[in-house]
Design a binder for this molecule. Structure first.
Ligand SMILES: Nc1ncnc2c1ncn2[C@@H]1O[C@H](COP(=O)(O)OP(=O)(O)OP(=O)(O)O)[C@@H](O)[C@H]1O
Ligand SMILES: [Mg+2]
Length: 109
């Protein structure tokens, strides 16, 4: 099992969700976050106050998936979220040790 964590543009979320649904992948968690990537951060004066403008609104999508579905998840997210411009996002894949369903106590995904 893997935990796939993707940071993408908020405006791509609907397309990403549809792409995942079309591959019968429905279980996910989504949060709004602020983030910065490789383009170096910088600060700017706004109304006399130094503010960070490098933290941009992104969404974080987490999916616990069986190993055999990881490639499909990555493909769905990359195709749906890519504009070709900087800031399209990044996908991390981590090993996932255990998953225990609360309702039934069953193990695994
Ligand atoms: N190394 C990282 N660690 C944690 N979060 C990251 C990392 N890289 C990117 N992110 C998250 O992904 C979002 C989008 O990153 P972004 O697409 O700008 O990555 P990038 O590596 O700069 O690629 P690009 O050159 O295409 O812009 C960031 O705002 C941040 O939330
Ligand atoms: Mg970037």
């Amino acid at each position: 099992m893997k935990l796939v964590i993707a940071y993408v543009r908020p405006e791509s979320l609907t397309a990403v969700k549809q792409a995942l649904f079309s591959k019968n992948i429905y279980s996910m968690s989504v949060t709004n976050i602020l983030g910065a990537g490789r383009q170096r951060g910088f600060t700017e004066m706004y109304r006399g106050v130094q503010i960070e403008v490098n933290l941009l609104k992104k969404v974080r999508i987490e999916l616990g998936v069986a190993d055999e579905k990881v490639d499909a998840v990555i493909e769905a997210i990359t195709l749906a979220a890519r504009t070709g411009k900087e800031g399209d996002g990044i996908i991390f894949v981590q090993d996932l040790g255990r998953a225990i369903r609360v309702r039934t106590g069953e193990e695994g995904l």
